[in-house]
Design a protein around this ligand. Structure first.
Ligand SMILES: C[S@@+](CC[C@H](N)C(=O)[O-])C[C@H]1O[C@@H](n2cnc3c(N)ncnc32)[C@H](O)[C@@H]1O
Length: 224
């Protein structure tokens, strides 16, 4: 298994500039509503980054835990929570070695996080998500897709058949990325009910105003 590596939040480029990470993602509003309706209470923001979903869920009344491997990300998340007078549990931890007991969260969000490992790592973290969720607990997560140009870009380092390390400048430099396809997804999530599964192509403008695209699989899964 490759060694985990946090994002370097002090080395943002145009593609990953800070303001892009401050506004909650579109589906997070749906998840807040869904999980409130289901009376879920304990929420884990796994790989919280600089806290956009941690703050959103804490404000909505969830008992919120935020985890990241970046000290800088956690510092910014905590600072934001303090400004908003929100109590959150902030934990420095590697997703491949999480310090949480079984059956301790009702719901988990890991958006653009768990693909930051190789095939062995992804299997380990998915098992841990299963263990940490309570019965009927749900998790929304995203996985990189093999449709992404970075998967076949020869500049990026080959790690295993599904994994490449990004070699472009910016906070992800040297970080392994696992890329999924529909051959591997049913196998990875065989212990869960897959409630929703869709692939997205997101477009961001680069520094020259040209659109660049990012492919992801999006999954809403439930522990059965
Ligand atoms: C693309 S950012 C997404 C942040 C957040 N989920 C969001 O949507 O705003 C990925 C985050 O995952 C964290 N991360 C990467 N590998 C990790 C690991 N092994 N354990 C915990 N966090 C990790 C990075 O440090 C970074 O903050």
């Amino acid at each position: 298994m490759v060694k985990s590596k946090a994002w370097d939040w002090n080395n943002l480029n145009h593609e990953t500039r800070r303001e892009l990470w401050l506004e909650p993602s579109i589906e997070s509003y749906y998840l807040v509503n869904r999980w409130k309706t289901q009376k879920k209470k304990s929420f884990l923001d796994l790989g919280c980054g600089i806290g956009r979903h941690t703050i959103q869920f804490a404000k909505a009344g969830f008992k919120t835990t935020a985890v990241d491997l970046s000290v800088e990300a956690l510092r910014q998340t905590k600072e934001w929570a303090d400004e908003e007078n929100l109590f959150i549990n902030v934990k420095y931890a590697d997703m491949l070695d999480l310090p949480f007991a079984n059956n301790c969260f009702d719901c988990i969000l890991c958006r653009n996080v768990i693909s930051h490992t190789d095939t062995q790592g992804i299997m380990k973290i998915i098992d841990k998500i299963y263990d940490m969720l309570k019965a009927d607990g749900e998790c929304f997560l995203t996985l990189g897709s093999k449709n992404a140009s970075t998967f076949n870009d020869p500049k990026n380092e080959y790690i295993d058949e599904n994994t490449r390390a990004r070699m472009d400048e910016g906070p992800e430099r040297g970080i392994p990325h696992f890329y999924a396809d529909m051959d591997i997804i049913p196998e990875l999530f065989k212990n869960f009910e897959i409630i929703d599964l869709y692939q997205t192509q997101e477009f961001h403008k680069d520094e020259n105003g040209n659109y660049i695209s990012f492919w992801h699989y999006n999954l809403l899964i439930k522990k059965i």
